[in-house]
Ligand binder design. Structure first.
Ligand code: 3PG
Length: 306
């Protein structure tokens, strides 16, 4: 069996070593395609592989057509909006993710960016602290829970919204459950976004919600750029010169936003949330184990397609 790791943004070398060990022990062969810039290279590399480990790399119908032996794709990470699930199902390919494995890394970045924004990008002027500020967490999944854990240590007052999470789980974590997304934006100085990009959530955060925020509101987006209505965000920031927006990764209108809003915005040049050696090791090795469990024993606990 041949397993390909195709990562446009590579894992830390130590994570690749860990993946290799799992694959070697199973008696499979590991091949690497790292830092590729041309889709043609991916199409060539997948031609004879049985399994594929990816990150945010796009797996669409064309890739699946080219991968004649492919049985499983594991997205080493949480969000799988980069994989065409229906096409995978049509090609009889199992798609899995590795939920939770990189969530602490993303949660830590939330506070890295939040503190930077609250301190005015360290530009020498007087900023403010997170202690005793209100934090609204939009989606209380693995990342949201880690954000709450860290926020507690910072002494923040935390609430969260998540239609898929029982209120009891939030209360147990010391977080106030909120039912109405407008309430979340209205009552929190800092909002941290953790919703997945789905047809329902795309462009769901726009001017109306953002302008509800209290004075000095800060939005931290470590989810996907697609959940933001970018025109609405720009309009909100024009109407409300006190609002700031920091995001992992750059919106489509990044250049125009930087030109217009300067230090009120910050964007990572590449998605950095999961870019730690710990997250790479956790997610990469989990992906390798899931591939072996699937190919050897048919285990598909983390399957995300039908
Ligand atoms: C995820 O969905 O797991 C994160 O966005 C990380 O993505 P990455 O593996 O491309 O860094």
């Amino acid at each position: 069996m041949k397993v390909l790791v195709a990562t446009e943004k590579p894992f830390a070398a130590v994570a690749v070593d860990g993946i290799r060990q799992v694959i070697d022990e199973a008696g499979y062969e590991l091949v690497l395609l790292e830092k590729y810039t041309d889709k043609a290279d991916l199409l060539k590399a997948v031609a004879d592989v049985d399994a594929l480990i990816i990150r945010s790399d796009k797996v669409d119908n064309e890739v699946l057509d080219a991968a004649k032996n492919l049985k499983i794709v594991v997205r080493a990470g949480a969000g799988y909006d980069n994989v065409d699930l229906a096409a995978a199902t049509a090609h009889n390919v199992c798609v899995q993710n590795t939920p939770g494995q990189n969530s602490n890394a993303v949660a830590e970045l939330v506070f890295g960016m939040a503190i930077m924004a609250m301190r005015n990008m360290y530009n020498g002027t007087s900023g403010s602290e997170l202690k005793e500020k209100t934090l609204g967490i939009q989606a209380f999944g693995q990342v949201g829970r880690n954000v709450a854990r860290i926020a507690k240590g910072l002494g923040m007052e935390i609430s969260a919204i998540d239609p898929y999470c029982p209120a009891e789980a939030m209360i147990e974590a010391g977080v106030k459950p909120v039912d109405d997304v407008k309430e979340l934006y209205r009552n929190n100085k800092v909002v941290s976004i953790h919703i997945p990009a789905t047809p329902e959530t795309k462009k769901s955060i726009g001017c109306e919600l953002i302008t509800l925020m209290p004075k000095g509101g800060l939005i931290v987006n470590t989810a996907r750029k697609e959940v933001i209505d970018e025109d609405g965000l720009v309009e909100a920031m024009r109407q409300r010169p006190d609002i700031k927006y920091v995001a992992d990764v750059r919106p489509d209108n990044a250049e125009a936003m930087i030109a217009e809003f300067g230090d009120r915005v910050f964007f990572t040049p590449k998605k950095m949330g999961a870019q730690t050696s710990e997250a790479n090791i956790n997610a990469g090795i989990a992906a390798a184990h899931q591939i072996v469990a699937f190919l050897r024993d048919g285990i598909d606990r983390f399957r995300v397609n039908k």
